[in-house]
Write a protein that binds this ligand. Structure first.
Ligand SMILES: C[S@@+](CC[C@H](N)C(=O)[O-])C[C@H]1O[C@@H](n2cnc3c(N)ncnc32)[C@H](O)[C@@H]1O
Ligand SMILES: [Zn+2]
Length: 329
């Protein structure tokens, strides 16, 4: 984590999200990066670890680890400082179930499909070649990025950024961009790309879309690409509303595939999702209001299996007058 990134983060335990975190940098490299350390809150003493250069700013670290015990074992084996070993060992004593792996972590079923989509060269792909190039695997991302006007002094957030493909492109249009995702493995890959492309105006961290560690009205733009069926959609929208400056844009795309991961109590389609967005204090862009989009999006499961989606696209603006109940999230 770039050491200055601490200035962007707030503690999750205070409903007004105004208490900034401090950095205890235990191991750093010579490029002003914290490789291992803790972010901590002087008000409530909560500590958030930084492991392998990645800040993990989640409310319940035990629950996070509980879902990724294999990865936890690796952290414990490879961490370099005595403080981190003690911290991880202490949490480890309360783990109940071992051998759990999250589907979006390295080794999980969704890791390789996203790696293919976000990192590989699609021109050599069997399906894309057999479609004689008429189908671009990148159409969705191009559509999102092309719809964004540059704001050279603006700050943007990519929620559920996976390996950071859209985040890296956004950084060409905004002065600073933050990508968050719950998958440690995805954020690790995203940070590798950030370094490869020498992109200085980006940082990534592990954080939950339903409880992001940022103060209110921080962002000039938020994008959340294909995320809504994986989270509590109402919480996502109210936290985005809270994070955006008035009159700022949000871009949401989704295939409404509520069978993909987990069935939530509420399922949306293009119509009900538009209504929900409006109920949560946004004004939908005229061009997306009545007309749903059908943008191709392909996930490669393996050499013989692909998932093909048509994804909807919505751009909306935060209305200033809407009141958000902070206790709701
Ligand atoms: C369907 S993928 C979309 C990834 C990327 N935006 C894209 O379109 O290629 C959903 C992503 O959201 C992440 N995710 C799921 N639940 C999340 C949550 N509560 N907070 C943050 N990220 C989450 C997953 O790890 C995954 O990377
Ligand atoms: Zn605190």
């Amino acid at each position: 984590m770039k050491t200055q990134f601490v200035n962007h983060l707030v503690c999750l335990n205070h409903s007004d999200k105004q208490i900034r975190l401090k950095l205890n940098n235990l191991i750093s490299d010579n490029q002003n990066e914290c490789i291992e350390g803790f972010l901590y809150c002087i008000k409530c003493d909560t500590k958030y670890p930084i492991i392998e250069g990645i800040a993990i700013v989640v409310q319940d670290m035990l629950a996070y680890i509980q879902n990724r015990t294999e990865m936890y074992g690796k952290w414990l084996l490879h961490c370099q400082s005595k403080e981190m070993k003690e911290y991880l060992t202490k949490i480890g004593k309360t783990i109940i179930v071992f051998n759990k792996s999250n589907t979006y972590e390295d080794g999980g079923i969704w890791y390789l499909p996203y790696k293919w989509f976000q990192q590989e060269h699609h021109k050599e792909d069997r399906l894309i070649k057999s479609l004689k190039g008429s189908q671009s695997a990148n159409e969705l991302y191009d559509r999102v990025i092309n719809s964004i006007n540059p704001k050279i002094d603006g700050i943007a957030l990519d929620i559920g950024c996976a390996m950071g493909k859209t985040t890296l492109q956004l950084a060409q249009k905004y002065s600073f961009v933050i990508g968050i995702d719950l998958s440690f493995s995805f954020i690790k890959e995203a940070r590798k790309s950030m370094k490869e492309y020498k992109q200085g105006n980006i940082e990534f961290c592990v954080a939950d879309a339903e409880s992001p560690p940022f103060h209110p009205m921080k962002f000039d733009l938020i994008i959340a690409i294909n995320l809504i069926e994986l989270v509590n959609t109402k919480k996502l929208l109210s936290s985005c509303h809270w994070l955006l400056k008035p009159q700022s844009d949000i871009i949401l795309t989704d295939p409404y595939d509520f069978n993909r991961e987990r069935i939530l109590d509420k399922i949306y389609d293009s119509k009900s999702f538009r209504s929900l967005i409006e109920e949560n204090g946004f004004e939908i862009n005229e061009s997306c209001l009545k007309k749903e989009a059908f943008i191709p999006w392909i996930l490669k499961i393996n050499e013989r299996i692909y998932l093909f989606y048509f994804v909807d696209f919505i751009k909306a603006k935060k209305l200033s007058k809407h009141k958000v109940n902070l206790n709701k999230y």
